[in-house]
Design a protein around this ligand. Structure first.
Ligand code: AMP
Ligand code: GLY
Length: 426
């Protein structure tokens, strides 16, 4: 089989690496890919939003399966384009990817179907939003409706801050048309858990849980990022919580999408908060998380291509999804200092060979490329996801931090407390 993967981050590297282990697969392409992905796939210089070129490439190379890693092409309708051309593709259609593409849509869906989430209102008129904020309870949360690289969420402590937030999102249009509509919602407290799942339109199968670290700095300080590291499984995600979520969140979401005429096939990523009133949905994503994929896929025991195909064919009920529960995984992101704001790139990366043949250690590339001399250099805010397994989460964390010392580049930055909250769980 020939597989094409669309995307260029650490998530796509993890997907490509796992796909390369499939007995069914002879050849993998990745568009556009990165320097690390080129170890397991042939990278082709086509952008993730160039749907016509991607479909033409898939036809020309007789690709048997295309896997979409990123949110933008999914929300933009890449799956519809591929399906219209008779190409097999893993991911939700545009009318289902809206689960991630519009927070107003997802909040309204949850309200309509009684899926637990924070209380909220939606606004298209900034004056109305500000009027509402005058009598609201603080802190309060403002969210741009559309995609904003995980950065369109503002937590405001005072009315003044929230009013400024409305200006940033709706008038200054910091995230463009993503701020045409905003969601204003109740501030919740509790631990966050990321739960990824495979869905075939009817059946949902849950992957091992993970915990992200979204803030740029230690102790959850600094700006929100795409994710600075994470661990899996989360010890806070107990069997009782799992049972509650299966009954009240996971299957109800899949059923709601089907009832709405928007059957979801692909990965649903549930961003949950474990509040004192029980688990609630913070957000949905319509794809694997990044870096959640890096800690979940190394422990997936199935042939991932079988799972992708079962989602497409509607036969997921026949798959026994299995994770290695005897091991835990931790991923520490090595970023360019300055991320998520300004940062320099183009610095050579030394020491990547240290990961070769080291069982249980992985270095997934997020933002890297080859320079004109063929050296691997930094090419993004998040550069590498240094990942390690361990018999326990503590051991996995120690292994991952040890491995962060194996690689060096100018401007290397990381958090030092990924997985530290595990200690509190004991
Ligand atoms: P989202 O992109 O909606 O997951 O939001 C990004 C981050 O903002 C989440 O991971 C939470 O840390 C925080 N957040 C979002 N919504 C809320 C809320 N209602 N209460 C408290 N924190 C929130
Ligand atoms: N790590 C969070 C995300 O992928 O959205």
């Amino acid at each position: 089989m020939k597989v094409l993967i669309v995307g260029s981050g650490g998530r796509e590297h993890a997907i490509a690496w796992k796909t390369a282990q499939s007995k069914k697969v002879d050849k993998i392409y990745c568009a556009p890919g990165n320097a690390g992905i080129s170890e397991v796939a042939e990278c082709v210089p086509i952008g993730a939003m160039e749907f016509d070129k991607l479909a033409a490439f898939a036809r020309e190379k007789e690709i048997d399966l295309t896997v979409i890693g990123m949110d933008d092409p999914l929300v933009g309708g890449i799956v519809d384009k591929f399906e219209a051309e008779g190409l097999r593709v893993f991911g939700p259609r545009k009318n289902a990817a809206i689960l991630e593409g519009s927070k107003a849509f997802s909040k309204n869906l949850m309200k309509k179907y009684g899926i637990p989430t924070a209380a909220y209102e939606t606004f298209r008129d900034p004056d109305e939003a500000v009027r509402y904020l005058k009598t609201a309870k603080y802190p309060i949360v403002l969210k741009a409706d559309g995609l904003a690289l995980g950065k369109g969420v503002l937590i405001c402590k005072t009315y003044e801050e929230a009013k400024e937030g409305v200006r940033t999102l709706m008038l200054d249009k910091k995230f463009g048309s993503a701020g045409d509509e905003i969601v204003i919602e109740e501030f919740m407290t509790g631990r966050e858990v990321s739960v990824l799942s495979f869905v075939d339109g009817n059946t949902i199968k849950i992957m091992s849980s993970a915990q992200d670290h979204k803030r740029a700095k230690d102790n959850d300080e600094g700006l929100n990022t795409g994710g600075m590291g994470n661990f899996s499984p989360s010890p806070f995600y107990t069997p009782e919580i799992d049972a509650f979520c299966k009954k009240h969140i996971y299957q109800p979401t899949v059923d709601a999408m089907k009832t709405e005429g928007r059957p979801f096939k692909g990965v649903i990523f549930f961003g949950l908060m474990l509040t004192a009133d029980g688990p609630k949905v913070l957000e949905y994503n319509a794809r694997f998380g990044d870096p959640e994929a890096q800690v979940v896929l190394p422990r997936l025991e199935n042939d991932i291509v079988d799972v992708f195909e079962a989602c497409i064919d509607g036969t997921l009920d026949q798959i026994d999804l299995k994770f290695d529960n005897d091991r835990a995984t931790v991923c520490v992101i090595l970023a360019s200092d300055g991320y998520p704001l300004e940062y320099k790139k183009g610095f050579p990366i030394e020491g990547l060979e240290n990961f070769r043949d080291k069982d249980g250690y992985y270095v997934f590339h997020s933002g890297t490329k080859f320079d004109e001399n063929g050296r691997i250099v930094t090419n993004g805010g998040r550069v590498l996801g240094v990942t390690a397994n361990g018999a326990t989460l503590k051991e996995a964390r120690e292994n991952a931090y040890r491995a962060t010392e194996w690689v060096s580049f100018e401007n290397k930055y990381m958090r030092h407390d990924i997985g530290k909250s595990i200690d509190e769980a004991r």
